[in-house]
Design a protein around this ligand. Structure first.
Ligand SMILES: [Zn+2]
Length: 204
């Protein structure tokens, strides 16, 4: 019923997280009828998105690609950050959520995945060696494990605490106030700020 172009657009938009078919249709109709050229603007931005952004080589968050200079995100480039505090998160959106709380003076490492036997993710797939190296290089005093309070998140935090205890830093865990199975990305700033401030030591 829809023109081919619009049908393709709806099916592409529908692949985005949180965008149902109705919403995808609304977006597609809006873009098709928009006179100010939003479709063209979006098209230009999207066509260069993947070449313009890449993972920060230090922490794994997203960074601008800047030819000729190291690919570091704005947090890793910020000299005011306390690099002796290292916060480990599961994904880039969680870093953003913790940043929004304003309670983290340190730097981050984005794991990109969590221990998950069902999905075949084992300890060997996590950057444990890179973490050991960072802890030694920066003389890290506190390692904050901010993986989500889910089964995989807890298992990952426990494993990292066991593996990295000998490396020397104080190890703490944020979680209080975030419901079990909750997603850091969707926690409000106040709760996340409190959870970060009220972090507790990990015994293992
Ligand atoms: Zn970075």
């Amino acid at each position: 019923m829809l023109p081919d172009k619009l049908r393709t657009l709806v099916s592409l938009l529908h692949r985005l997280p949180g965008v149902g078919e109705k919403t995808a249709q609304r977006f597609a109709f809006s873009l098709a009828s928009e006179r100010a050229g939003l479709a063209a603007l979006l098209g230009r931005e999207l066509s260069s998105l993947n070449e313009s952004i890449a993972a920060c080589t230090s922490c794994g968050f997203l960074a601008d690609v800047r030819p000729g200079s190291p690919q570091l995100c704005s947090i890793c480039r910020d000299p005011r950050r306390n690099e002796r505090i290292l916060c480990v998160v599961a994904k880039a959106q969680d870093l953003l959520a913790i940043e929004g709380s304003g309670a983290m003076p340190g730097k981050y490492l984005v794991l990109g995945k969590l221990l998950s036997p069902l999905d075949g993710v084992s300890a060997d797939d996590l950057p444990i060696q890179a973490l050991r190296q960072l802890i030694a290089e920066r003389n890290v005093e506190e390692l904050i494990l901010a993986t989500p309070p889910s089964v995989d998140g807890e298992a990952t935090a426990l494993m990292l605490a066991q593996e990295l205890r000998a490396a020397g830093p104080r190890i703490s865990r944020i979680a209080s106030g975030i419901p079990h199975g909750g997603d850091l990305e969707f926690s409000d700033r106040v709760t996340l700020g409190r959870a970060t401030d009220g972090r507790h030591g990990v015994e293992s």
